[in-house]
Ligand binder design. Sequence first.
Ligand code: AMP
Ligand code: FE
Ligand code: FE
Ligand code: ZN
Length: 288
Amino acid sequence: MRIDLHCHSTASDGTDTPTELVRNAAAAGLDVVALTDHDTTRGHAEAVAALPEGLTLVTGAELSCRLDGVGLHLLAYLFDPEEPALLAERELVRDDRVPRAQAMIAKLNELGVPVTWEQVARIAGDGSVGRPHVASALVELGVVPTVSDAFTADWLADGGRAHVGKHETDPFEAIRLVKAAGGVTVFAHPGASKRGRTVPESAIAGLAAAGLDGIEVDHMDHDPATRARLRGLAKELGLLTTGSSDYHGSRKTCVLGEHTTDPEVYGEITRRAAGAFPVPGAGGTAAR
Ligand code: AMP
Ligand code: FE
Ligand code: FE
Ligand code: ZN
């Protein structure tokens, strides 16, 4: 069984539509794929409709959180997408991304970059708008060669010249909300230090005590030493460990199934979840 529990579509900052994502996941030989767009479940219905036979979809989202001034991402799986409190919080974070992107564009204009909201809105389509879309606009304008090159202090990195913060949820509150909606939580790429500051191990212990289910260990942004350290920490704290690609289509270099999750861990995640069930592919109406 090949299980990839962290992927993005055009519902946020990926470049595959949900239909393309599930087809590509099947073509990559995956048995299970999770759709975890930033702060939105908008892609789920399309992914379900297009799901190829033999591929199972885990519905989820990646929630933007902040703890003591440090940004972090919380993967939430199999929660009830209609549960009102979690839905309201997702919408608050997602909606705040629009004025925030516009503020970053204003800063870029002050720096002499002729990027416009129309350009970024076109790139984002109906996806929840984020820095990768602004970064793609900078690539189009020839300001930087690749999306990654926009995540520097000169441009969009945390605290960078054109960076603006957005509303982000307290992770303790996020864990509480996801649990109340029947979902399971996994701390995404907790050791991704090249993206900016990471939370200390003591904070992960605090989140574990508050009901965090697991941490993502096998991830492109973790070097071997970081993975070993995180595996040890998870054992100490009784946390599940996952592996996943964090696939973003052509906006990042990683490929589907680049890292995978142990079937036993996947089984435990599904046993703990009560808000939604994994969806087995029935051939996909849209695929016929
Ligand atoms: P935002 O949620 O709008 O603040 O943007 C954060 C997103 O930017 C992350 O989910 C990644 O997809 C992307 N990102 C963060 N750091 C980098 C980086 N160094 N290179 C490429 N993409 C990045
Ligand atoms: Fe992203
Ligand atoms: Fe993330
Ligand atoms: Zn992600």
